[in-house]
Ligand binder design. Structure first.
Ligand SMILES: [Zn+2]
Length: 362
């Protein structure tokens, strides 16, 4: 049997699933789904695709895992806490869950490039029976910065191991404007970028609306990536990058994590209405996104995996042939057919993000 290549997933909301979806993701997928039978509070109940045993089975030994909490003053279609202080407290609860998972040996936090390198080596060499016992390495990131109350809070987060941050999420935020919104960074947003640069925090450009995106690139000089982001040329929604944006961040050395949310993979998906069958959507569609970026770059060094597979949806919004995060390995065959070498594929699965972290994480 051919050994599975290592996968680095640059975007998972593990703690959000534990603390807001109330999922014990140490359990097998079938058991998590069974416990949600009859629950109707969220569209993805009984349809989740991510848990720690499935990650181990698929050799997903390293990931970027988020803290996430929006601030939203008014009741609106967007979820959010009524004060930034509540958002901060929510992220601290999420951090406490990561710590609890470290205490029981399920996860291990990676803070430096040396730790990332050593942990990757452990997973690269592990035999399948060893993988079941290895802790999964996680790097902490913050998706949307509304919860950062002051620069003192940012320093505290950095001391807790925060290595990357996206200033905004959906809609308007304290620091700028996110997906489905318009507008530049706020003056506080520009200050935030300076503080991030000072503290050595990677800028995650995912979720910045176009104007805030260009503003951020103009005002931030540190390393940047896009943790979970596809191509607008293939999925026409402002959530994705147009070709100019792709070109600009490749010029800055970024790696872009491919997301497996169906809404981000095809033109014309209607939220809560469309099904993968309507589009005959299979995982290999992501190869078109990968190829689009590689053609712009002229090489395969700027694409990685950032699945977002536990980002508030399940199999109702994934490709037809993706039932578990372990199905990511189905990408190898279509990439090979397109002429990607084993080295290219290893780069996409883990090497490109690991190289980036080796260069930029202190
Ligand atoms: Zn997201």
């Amino acid at each position: 049997m051919q050994e599975l290549p290592l996968i680095f997933d640059a975007h998972l909301d593990l703690s959000m699933n534990a603390m807001e979806w109330n999922r014990d993701i140490r359990l097998p997928l079938v058991e998590i789904r069974r416990r949600e039978l009859g629950m109707k509070d969220r569209p993805d109940r009984t349809r989740g695709t991510v848990c720690l045993p499935e990650m181990r089975r698929a050799r997903i030994g390293l990931c970027v895992a988020t803290q996430i909490a929006r601030y939203s003053a008014r009741f609106s279609s967007l979820p959010g806490w009524r004060s930034p202080e509540q958002a901060w407290a929510q992220t601290q609860g999420q951090l406490a869950w990561y710590r609890a998972m470290e205490d029981c040996g399920e996860l291990v936090q990676l803070r430096t490039s040396a730790e990332v390198k050593a942990h990757a080596a452990l997973w690269l060499d592990a035999a399948p029976e060893q993988m079941a016992k290895l802790p999964i390495g996680y790097l902490l990131s913050l998706e949307g910065a509304d919860s950062i109350l002051s620069w003192r809070h940012l320093e505290r987060s950095r001391a807790d191991g925060l290595i990357a941050m996206g200033p905004v999420h959906y809609g308007p935020g304290i620091y700028g404007h996110g997906t489905d919104d318009e507008g530049p960074l706020t003056s506080k947003g520009r200050e935030l970028l300076k503080e991030m640069e000072r503290l050595g925090i990677i800028l995650d450009v995912t979720h910045l609306c176009d104007e805030s995106f260009w503003d951020a690139l103009a005002h931030y000089n540190g390393p940047l990536w896009a943790s979970h982001h596809n191509c607008r040329a293939l999925a026409n929604w402002n959530r994705q990058f147009d070709d100019d944006q792709i070109r600009a961040i490749i010029d800055r050395g970024a790696v872009i994590g491919m997301a497996f949310d169906a809404i981000m993979m095809v033109h014309g998906w209607t939220h809560h209405r469309s099904t993968a069958r309507d589009f005959n959507l299979k995982m290999e569609k992501i190869c078109e996104h990968i190829d689009h970026i590689c053609q712009i770059a002229g090489n395969a060094r700027h694409v990685g995996i950032g699945t977002d597979l536990d980002g508030g949806y399940g199999t109702e919004q994934t490709p037809m042939d993706l039932d578990s995060i372990a199905d990511l390995h189905k990408l190898t065959a279509p990439l090979t057919e397109r002429g990607y070498s084993n080295a290219d594929i290893a780069g996409i699965f883990h090497g490109n993000f690991l190289r980036f972290l080796g260069e930029h994480l202190k």
